[in-house]
Ligand binder design. Sequence first.
Ligand code: SF4
Ligand code: SF4
Length: 97
Amino acid sequence: MKYLRNVSTLELFADKCTGCGRCVEVCPHEVFEIKDKKTAIIDKDLCMECGACQMNCKYGALKVNAGVGCAAAIINGFITGGEPSCDCSGGSSSNCC
Ligand code: SF4
Ligand code: SF4
């Protein structure tokens, strides 16, 4: 399943990646693949922003704004014409979903 194109906040810092493969194991949507001993993002639009990769990468090589991919965020994005954000975290940086 693909989500809205070009809205995922997923970022990879390749210089920090050790190629341990943990992100490949935990990602439910097969976003990553190990290539040349480092992870590579195969298709960013497959990312549902669950946050599992960031939580499991102990080298800080991944960053994602977990939660903004939820249904409420997408609907709010359509209604307001802005970026998908459910804002249920009350403006804090804590994960909402
Ligand atoms: S979990 Fe982190 S260090 Fe390991 S392969 Fe993925 S991005 Fe690289
Ligand atoms: S946030 Fe979730 S779906 Fe997106 S790349 Fe990370 S583990 Fe995969």
